[in-house]
Design a protein around this ligand. Structure first.
Ligand SMILES: *[C@@H]1O[C@H](CO)[C@@H](O)[C@H](O)[C@H]1NC(C)=O
Ligand SMILES: *[C@@H]1O[C@H](CO)[C@@H](O)[C@H](O)[C@H]1NC(C)=O
Ligand SMILES: *[C@@H]1O[C@H](CO)[C@@H](O)[C@H](O)[C@H]1NC(C)=O
Ligand SMILES: *[C@@H]1O[C@H](CO)[C@@H](O)[C@H](O)[C@H]1NC(C)=O
Length: 262
């Protein structure tokens, strides 16, 4: 009888201590050491779960990733192209080649490869190749083995409860356009499928060039989105939940009360 009460008290006591912490999803495997092997494996383990979204951490599903804004680009020759109702598919296929922590620079480096498909509606206005275009249609761009290197600079901020949380300070990325690329834009020449198909062939023959012009702004958006999601993830879980490597004092930044904690 007494032992049962004791068990009850102990369970309640420990439950209260961790009351406010959101349990870490079981596919997140914190590293005990700062090695590339551990971070690469942990990233590989985390991708399939994270892309499905984490509702309790306010993280939406990422595959497909809905492009919530119109993305406009100015192609050479004064062509204005707008991409709308877009979706990015394939983040679940991303494979980390190497993930490193450069603690002295407070930087994580993600080197990843993905097979990506971008789908949506496009509209274009201007002179493309030899044609004056003023049209719209469906767009689909498929990129195989897109290589991305992403450098993320972080800090750890202690909140009012004394918990440390990562903050994304800044990031930059470099991307190539994969080993293969296929564009499909319908109705490039309004109501003329034959000419449209011909223009598309020419575009596909220059697919790398076209992808640089079009893919850049879309990738800017997608990586910006992914960084916002990363910040939500860091806000939901504490440093101690996400890392088993103790921080030195100089790593911590006290949250400035006047800063509103943004
Ligand atoms: C996005 O583009 C479409 C087609 O050009 C247009 O109808 C729509 O109003 C635009 N939306 C915004 C938010 O600009
Ligand atoms: C991309 O697709 C190709 C062909 O289907 C496959 O061989 C490759 O492993 C895939 N790469 C990634 C990063 O998923
Ligand atoms: C492009 O997509 C359309 C459907 O949206 C399809 O009918 C057509 O065959 C595709 N063209 C190419 C070259 O893949
Ligand atoms: C990411 O968040 C910033 C700041 O809240 C916002 O300005 C930006 O539009 C967001 N980016 C995307 C792609 O949602």
């Amino acid at each position: 009888m007494w032992s049962r009460v004791l068990v009850f008290l102990v369970v309640c006591g420990s439950a209260r201590e961790t009351w406010q912490l959101l349990p870490l999803p079981d596919y997140i495997h914190p590293c005990e050491e700062l090695t590339d092997e551990c971070f690469t494996k942990a990233t590989m383990d985390a991708i399939p779960g994270i892309v499905q979204g984490i509702p309790e951490a306010n993280i939406p599903p990422l595959d497909p990733l809905v492009l919530e804004r119109n993305i406009s680009m100015n192609l050479p020759g004064g062509v204005k192209m707008t991409f709308h109702n877009g979706k990015l598919l394939g983040l679940r296929t991303c494979v980390p080649n190497k993930v490193s922590s450069k603690r002295e620079k407070r930087t994580f480096i993600f080197d990843i490869t993905c097979n990506l498909t971008i789908k949506g509606r496009y509209s274009v206005n201007g002179r493309l190749l030899l044609f004056n275009l003023d049209t719209d249609g469906n767009a689909k761009i498929k990129i195989w083995n897109q290589h991305i290197r992403l450098d993320v600079v972080e800090k750890v901020v202690t909140n009012a409860k004394g918990e440390g949380h990562y903050k994304v300070n800044s990031y930059k990325f470099k991307a190539d356009y994969g080993t293969d690329l296929k564009l499909n834009l319908t109705n490039l020449f309004r109501n003329n499928p034959v000419i449209s198909a011909n223009i598309l062939d020419v575009l596909n023959a220059n697919a790398k060039h076209v992808a640089q012009e079009m893919g850049g702004p879309i990738l800017d958006y997608a990586i910006g989105y992914a960084m916002n999601v990363t910040q939500k993830f860091f806000d939901a879980y504490t440093y101690d939940q996400l890392s088993k490597v103790p921080l030195t004092e100089d790593f911590f930044v006290k949250e400035d009360k006047t800063d509103g904690g943004s």
